[in-house]
Design a protein around this ligand. Structure first.
Ligand code: HEC
Length: 87
């Protein structure tokens, strides 16, 4: 597993039609965001369970996006995903 004893489903829940509907975002953006979260965001530290932060995500992503050298589109996608998946 990517994160020791935490299952990947709990860490970063998969993108489902229900998740996309709840977030009012399209599935392909959310899926791209999830991929970034599990790869680029986990290059310095292990990815935390997305549910650990919720409302703090906009602030955290603003701080971490430059560290990951994300494009504006990638930053948008990863923020959309973590917000959707942590609610
Ligand atoms: C270049 C290395 C690096 C990359 C890439 C990186 N981080 Fe971080 N991250 C850090 C460091 C260092 C800290 C702890 C110090 C800090 O808060 O700046 C941290 C802290 C965090 C925290 C804890 C924040 C808190 O307030 O407790 C979270 C959550 C996080 N990162 C998420 C992410 C996400 C999401 C991405 C991808 C967009 C990402 N990180 C990419 C280096 C990185």
């Amino acid at each position: 597993m990517l994160a020791g004893c935490v299952g990947i489903e709990a860490l970063a829940p998969p993108v489902t039609p229900m998740l996309a509907a709840r977030a009012r975002a399209d599935s392909s953006t959310l899926a791209a965001g999830r991929r970034i979260y599990l790869t680029k965001c986990a290059s310095c530290h292990a990815a935390d369970p997305v549910a650990d932060y919720a409302d703090e995500w906009p602030h955290i992503i603003r701080k971490m996006a430059p560290k990951s050298k994300l494009s504006p589109a990638e930053e948008h996608a990863v923020l959309a995903y973590v917000l959707a998946a942590s609610r």
